[in-house]
Design a protein around this ligand. Structure first.
Ligand code: ZN
Length: 237
């Protein structure tokens, strides 16, 4: 039985390595999806800014056209001034010209602000364009590294599974099936050491009678609390 337990512990170590490897392989595509999501967010943000700049430019052109119209109207009104005879009409037209001038000046001011905003956004946009390119490049590198790791892991997995199957053949079927059953239950270890009468799986004490039997290592023993396969080792200390 002692030899069987030793083999079982070794099998369990192999299974743990296999589990870790399988997890690594599973995580690969997840990591890639996460990276893709990050790039997508950056790209969306980038496109959104591009749209905002376009909108501002359109608004600027509209305002400029309106300023031109205003200038033409003022010109026309100034031309009409020369032909007016009545003082009252003259004064009224002067006020009209003055008001139109104020509207035009206000629009020109707004255009200036808009241009400043466009310039600021353009600069930020160019910086983002650069960092996006850098991000895309490092993303592609990282993606490739993850894919390579997964491919390597899959190859390794095949080999390890073969070796694991060979090892399993050295264990008696009834012990192996108990072990497999415990493993299927999920969670951590199926075979655990008992140290100083304590099960290292559930940290509860093994009854004295059972502990004595366990030390003889002549039959398969299960922890009465957590049902794991338990074994005992002579202290090396
Ligand atoms: Zn236990």
């Amino acid at each position: 039985m002692k030899e069987q337990i030793d083999l079982l512990v070794l099998l369990q170590e192999k299974d743990q390595t296999l589990d870790q490897l399988k997890q690594q392989i599973r995580q690969g595509p997840e990591q890639i999806r996460e990276l893709e999501g990050q790039i997508e967010t950056l790209e969306k943000d980038f496109e959104c800014e591009k749209g905002r700049i376009k909108e501002l430019r359109k608004w600027q052109r509209q305002q400029e056209a309106e300023v031109e119209d205003g200038a033409a109207q003022i010109n026309k009104a100034e031309g009409r001034l020369l032909a007016i005879k009545s003082n009252k009409e003259y004064q009224a037209l002067l006020i009209e010209i003055e008001n139109a001038g104020k509207v035009k000046a206000k629009k020109e001011d707004e255009i200036l602000h808009c241009m400043e905003e466009i310039e600021r956004l353009n600069k930020a946009h160019k910086d983002k364009d650069k960092s996006l390119a850098v991000n895309r490049e490092s993303f592609e590198k990282e993606k490739l590294a993850i894919k390579n790791k997964v491919t390597r892991g899959q190859k390794q997995l095949c080999e390890l599974e073969k070796r694991r199957a060979d090892r399993a053949k050295t264990i008696r079927p009834e012990i192996l099936s108990k072990y497999e059953q415990l493993r299927e239950r999920g969670g951590d270890l199926a075979v655990v050491l008992v140290e100083n009468t304590t099960c290292s799986g559930c940290h509860l004490n093994i009854p004295a009678q059972m502990y004595n039997e366990l030390q003889r290592m002549d039959s398969l023993k299960l922890c009465p609390h957590c049902n794991r396969i338990i074994y005992w080792k002579e202290s090396t200390a």
